[in-house]
Ligand binder design. Sequence first.
Ligand SMILES: [Ca+2]
Ligand SMILES: [Ca+2]
Ligand SMILES: [Ca+2]
Length: 254
Amino acid sequence: MGSGRNNEILCWLLVLILSDWSAAQISYSVSEEADKGTVVGNLAKDLNVSFRDLQTRNLNLVSGYSKKYFEANVKTGDLCVNERIDREELCPNTIKCTLNLEAILSNPMILHRIEVVIVDLNDNAPTFVEKSHSLNISEFSPMGEHFLLPLALDADTGSNSVKSYRLSPNEYFSLDVQSGVEQSASAELVLVKALDREKQAVVKLALTAVDGGKPPKTGSVQIHHQNNSRCRWRPYYLCGSFFSQTPPLRAKHQ
Ligand SMILES: [Ca+2]
Ligand SMILES: [Ca+2]
Ligand SMILES: [Ca+2]
């Protein structure tokens, strides 16, 4: 952005600070990652002016962002996407994401505040921070005992975040999944059959995180079976090799 453009924005911002010319706020919404040129709304219609007015009254769009996310087509009156809008970059860790700008017309000077709600797309799969981990579980653990598992992360929000987990078929453990409407799901391992280290020293499982997108995206873990005689007189071992990235282990028993 050149210094001329910066000066222009500063002038307009100064005008806005010193003035109280504000009309009702206009609210639009557009999906993140929308193509350049995607129409967000029609300014001429919503400002209640003609296309010709947009030119003769020198329509200016002002915002405080380093990128010019939107531009106006004064021939059609449309407000269009001008730059890639990545919700995860703009609004990390927040559920609602908005971009705000002002549309200013001169002669007479009128200011309209515009809010554009950025709608999340399911463009990120669940991932895990760690690539592998192991749990030490005593063979004397009672059936029904719960063991915390790594949490998957998903940069998307709401229904596009992690909503469920799956566990590969096995005879010793089931999965207890806790999920909320707005929160990411979490899962715990539940012992359903007594462990016997003499019979099987190591159990390997696959844990898969699933988001709520349509279609859903997944982050998987594959775990290999391995009988290890070195575990013979040691606590029972549950070992895992993560093929995707995964989060820190929260374990009740290590
Ligand atoms: Ca994105
Ligand atoms: Ca997204
Ligand atoms: Ca997702």
